[in-house]
Design a protein around this ligand. Structure first.
Ligand code: HEM
Length: 397
């Protein structure tokens, strides 16, 4: 457990947000925490949680006070294991990493990949329709993000299983030092060794994103010590997050025939549907920050050096921001204002790519399917990712 700083005037709660039971259904716990107040002392984790939309957003927009460079996991274990990558860095280091990664990921740049992404989406939907009943996670959601890493990131082939295992492990470590967090260390080490040994300039696909980073490193445009971090950041945060978002959207469309019908009749609703799925599903449940100075938030004094969890998933269901927040509402006016991609300087650098992938897949699926019905589902047990492990859906041809 981290430092024990329990202020007298702060509401507290002893839930373990990383237990199997809470991961399977975190929503009632978030409601209770929001009801207790915008700042809650989490006695099980030895840290504070920001629970409501306005507090989380405001903290994310003060990166000098709430820094990321000391890690974004919920305890010291995760923070020391994953440090120095884009999401867990500040200032000049963060600018250098984000600046190196960003050019192919801007809203405009990703459009050049649209036709390739549509091709993969078409193939996935074609195969799924042949099956009729599918596991939408394995048969639909995983395919596009994996193809992007293979084709655009341009790494030497290290296999679907490894990619998914390493990406999930990175998110397990970003929770707490429970059995899942500890087990993930081995996979993270495997990936580090792979990148060091196999990701050499001669093995990178010419013109790919990793090739670009390697060229920048050779030309002195990025510190060679930073290059492996930028390479890893094209992979680790891009798979489970996008797979989760696609899964949530298919879940909301398949569980209610009226919603599916509405989107089929009016595909202009697709962008809002995507944002609603990300708002309600919150692919990353929470990350944390380190307070560089003592500060009073909503009447509670947060001491210097405290660790503070930004509960994205709780903020996204705050009724003060989103009316009837638990409802999937295709016509919600402020659907895009969710914190599913974060906010401020660390706001997701891959969001335009993710949105394009989800749009291409869902647009194709809705166009080519006459109906979708949900048959069964299972939740992923991961310390940070909120997603389906399995989503059995029947597709009408
Ligand atoms: C639906 C899909 C996605 C979701 C929900 C998502 C969510 C997030 C969130 C919440 C953050 C902010 C974390 C924080 O402030 O502590 C973030 C940052 C980040 N994401 Fe994503 N992400 C997605 C897709 C992607 C993709 C496709 C990539 C890579 C191509 C990516 C790469 C990154 C990186 C590198 C950061 C760190 C940015 C920075 O610190 O400046 N993400 N993401």
């Amino acid at each position: 457990m981290a430092m024990m700083i329990l202020p007298n005037d702060c509401p507290h709660d002893d839930v373990d947000l990383y237990s199997d039971e809470v991961i399977q259904n975190p929503w009632p716990h978030y409601t209770r925490l929001r009801d207790k107040g915008p700042v809650v002392w989490m006695s099980e984790h030895g840290n504070y949680a920001f629970t409501q939309y306005s507090t989380v957003r405001s903290a994310l927009r003060r990166p000098e006070l709430y820094i990321s460079g000391k890690g974004v996991a919920a305890d010291d274990f995760g923070c020391t294991h994953l440090q120095g990558n884009t999401v867990a860095s500040d200032g000049a280091r963060h600018d250098a990493l984000r600046g190196a990664m960003q050019p192919p990921l801007t809203a405009q740049a990703v459009q050049q990949y649209r036709s390739r992404i549509e091709e993969v989406a078409d193939e996935l939907v074609e195969n799924a329709l042949k099956k009729g009943t599918v596991d939408a996670v394995e048969d639909l959601a995983q395919g596009l993000p994996l193809a992007v890493v293979r084709d655009l990131v341009g790494l030497p082939d290290f296999g679907r299983e490894n990619m998914l295992k390493w990406a999930a492990a990175a998110f397990d470590v970003l929770g707490v030092q429970n059995a899942r967090g500890q087990a993930a260390c081995e996979a993270i080490e495997e990936m580090r060794v792979f990148i060091q040994r196999d990701v050499t300039p001669d093995k990178l696909k010419c013109g790919s994103w990793t090739h670009r980073i390697s060229e920048m490193s050779r030309a002195g445009d990025i510190d060679p010590d930073l290059a492996p971090f930028a390479i890893r950041d094209y992979i680790n945060p891009s798979l489970d997050t996008t797979i989760s978002a696609i899964g949530h959207l298919i879940y909301y469309l398949a569980r209610d025939p009226d919603t599916f019908e509405k989107v089929k009749l009016d595909p202009s609703l697709i962008p809002n549907a995507i944002h609603e799925a990300i708002r309600l599903g919150s692919p990353i449940r929470s990350f944390s920050r380190h307070a560089t100075a003592s500060v009073v938030e909503a009447g509670v004094e947060i001491p210097q050096s405290a660790r503070v969890m930004m509960l994205f998933a709780s903020a996204n269901r705050d009724n003060d921001m989103f009316e009837n927040a638990d409802v999937f509402d295709l016509e919600r006016k402020n659907a895009r204002r969710h914190l599913g991609f974060g906010a401020g300087v660390h706001m997701c650098v891959g969001m335009h790519l993710a949105l394009l992938e989800i749009e291409c897949l869902i647009e194709t699926l809705i166009r080519r399917t006459s109906s979708m019905s949900l048959l069964d589902q299972e939740v992923v047990l991961n310390n940070s990712i909120c997603a389906h492990a399995m989503l059995k859906v029947r597709l009408g041809g």
